[in-house]
Design a binder for this molecule. Sequence first.
Ligand SMILES: NC(=O)c1ccc[n+]([C@@H]2O[C@H](COP(=O)([O-])OP(=O)(O)OC[C@H]3O[C@@H](n4cnc5c(N)ncnc54)[C@H](OP(=O)(O)O)[C@@H]3O)[C@@H](O)[C@H]2O)c1
Length: 247
Amino acid sequence: MSDDPYSLAGKRLLVTGASSGLGRAIAIACAGRGAAIVATGRDEPRLGDTRAALEGDGHAVVVADLNEAEGRNKVIAACGTLDGIVHSAGISRLSPMRLATPQHLADVWKINYEAPMLMTQKLLAKNLVAANGSILFMSSIAAYIGVAGVGAYSGTKAALIATMRCMAMEVAKRGIRVNCLAPALVETPLLAATESIVASLDAQRAAYPLGFGKPADVANAAVFFLSGASRWITGTTLVMDGGLTIS
Ligand SMILES: NC(=O)c1ccc[n+]([C@@H]2O[C@H](COP(=O)([O-])OP(=O)(O)OC[C@H]3O[C@@H](n4cnc5c(N)ncnc54)[C@H](OP(=O)(O)O)[C@@H]3O)[C@@H](O)[C@H]2O)c1
């Protein structure tokens, strides 16, 4: 065993949303620190690209739609006992609240909140999270600040934080930790999709003292939360925003 507290050697981690953006960067960073990754997403070719970028052995890839019970069960069946989970699958949809339809609310809720909660519930119920395991939800700065057009999305991200705290209390007796990351804008395909709708993100970019984030910035934080270096940290949310909320 390594005496590097940031090592992930010997750990088995589930990373959802591993076919793109933050999930892909997290899977790659964790494999680089010695973890075996169960990588899941819907897009088989992009998931294959992630798999090809993973260092080391013991990785598994599962193509699945996490909005479907069948997809979630398929992933759980491939997991084995996990030392950590990163729930990075998620979507962003824009709508002012006065125009938000039931479908809009349901779409963001289902994958951003319901799917990670149902996955975690089942993994815990089946005792597939090892003692001293670490569970990480992907919240967002949107849980803390008001931005026109992202009301439903922001609600899902705030809900993750609230439930994460309760779950942290429930599993602490098993030594399992539960935390959230709350990034502001990071340069991923999700951000590119937003930019294509709102025309320009120049005003937002100017509000970030350290600029927009890179996927590796979030991946490095995830490595910390999944490793023994964070063994005394649970129930917290790490805001990572390049100085946005202090500026
Ligand atoms: N980028 C940012 O600025 C930012 C900031 C704060 C928080 N976040 C959060 O970080 C997470 C990842 O965002 P990202 O920027 O990496 O987005 P992304 O590049 O669009 O990736 C989203 C991932 O979620 C997966 N996914 C979506 N719906 C799914 C479903 N029904 N079943 C299974 N997988 C599904 C996608 O899989 P396929 O592509 O294979 O379908 C993809 O791997 C999200 O929760 C997002 O809200 C992002």
